[in-house]
Ligand binder design. Structure first.
Ligand SMILES: Nc1nc2c(ncn2[C@@H]2O[C@H](COP(=O)(O)OP(=O)(O)OP(=O)(O)O)[C@@H](O)[C@H]2O)c(=O)[nH]1
Ligand SMILES: [Mg+2]
Length: 286
């Protein structure tokens, strides 16, 4: 990783992300209470407003935080936007030149944090930045290990722009994850946890596949103490969605891995039954 002035770290295949390397030159020596990681791909238009609203909300609650943008070489002005904001806010950027993917970007960010309390959120302002302190509070107090900004608890809401198809898609995806966790919104990309929970999930084989890194941490980290904070989920502010068919298939693949992790015996049993049925059917054709 090479680091330049104004808080820019560049990661290439020859220099994979390492936690200490990623602390940029502009960062102060103090240790922040909270590290907020935002994965980005072509989100330059959203970063300034995200940053302003986030740090205004944090200052109002006296929370000392850092913001780490993990960008997959968008080349859309994200680096320049962060460099300008870094003059006023504790923000830095990690640019990955050879890797793509939301979950792996969040993992790279979590490995580069300086605080013990970690937050993950989207850049497109779908997640209200003002609510970060409400997610942080129960985790920082040690009341829970994982706090979600939830779309599916009482008091929460989703902006009307979601069409019926997207709502159905989200509901099916949520329902498929139901056996893995009690969370009403296990798909949320807006959550807070701790570095020790994240490290435990890594030790248990965390696989940064697809979009649902929160679910991955909850299941692999064997988290029991969770809380959901109702949020108003907005449509993306600017730019275009990066969620496509590929991410949907990756989600199914991720679910298969998580089910196998949680119930290895059931998966072996299911595979044997499946093979037996296939072998039985095959007999009719030979
Ligand atoms: N670093 C990185 N970030 C990504 C990648 N794909 C998506 N993101 C970021 O992850 C966050 C969520 O992506 P979105 O495109 O908003 O996905 P979504 O919220 O499901 O869909 P919309 O809100 O409808 O656009 C945003 O901050 C994206 O910029 C990626 O491949 N690499
Ligand atoms: Mg979004």
């Amino acid at each position: 990783m090479t680091t330049t002035a104004n808080g820019i770290s560049t990661v290439s295949a020859k220099s994979p992300a390492k936690s200490t390397d990623a602390v940029n030159s502009h960062a102060e020596n103090r240790t922040p209470q909270v590290s907020i990681v935002v994965p980005t791909y072509r989100e330059a238009a959203n970063i300034p407003e995200l940053c302003e609203r986030l740090f205004t909300g944090l200052a109002a609650r006296n929370i000392d935080a850092e913001l780490i943008v993990v960008d997959d070489n968008s080349r859309d002005g994200t680096i320049e936007a962060v460099a300008e904001l870094a003059l006023r806010f504790p923000i830095r950027i990690i640019v990955r030149e050879t890797e793509r993917g939301l979950s792996s970007a969040v993992v790279a960010g979590f490995k580069a944090v300086r605080a013990n309390v970690l937050v993950c959120m989207d850049a497109d302002l779908s997640h209200p930045p003002e609510r970060v302190p409400d997610l942080v509070a129960p985790v920082a107090k040690g009341e829970v290990d994982f706090c979600v900004g939830s779309r599916y608890v009482e008091g929460a809401g989703i902006e009307e722009g979601w069409g019926a198809l997207r709502a159905l898609n989200s509901n099916i995806a949520t329902w498929l994850a139901r056996p893995l966790t009690d969370l009403r919104d296990p798909m949320a990309g807006f959550f807070c946890t701790t570095d020790s929970i994240f490290n435990r999930a890594c030790e248990k084989g965390l696989t940064p596949l697809g979009y649902k890194i929160g679910l991955e941490i909850v299941v692999r980290g064997q988290i029991q103490r969770t809380r959901e904070v109702a949020i108003q989920f907005s449509d993306r502010h600017a730019g275009t969605s990066k969620l496509g068919m590929r991410q949907q298939f990756e989600y199914l693949q991720q679910l298969a891995y998580l089910y196998a992790h949680r119930w290895p015996a059931a998966i072996v049993f299911g595979s044997v039954i499946f093979c037996a049925i296939i072998a039985g059917i095959a007999q009719f054709f030979v």
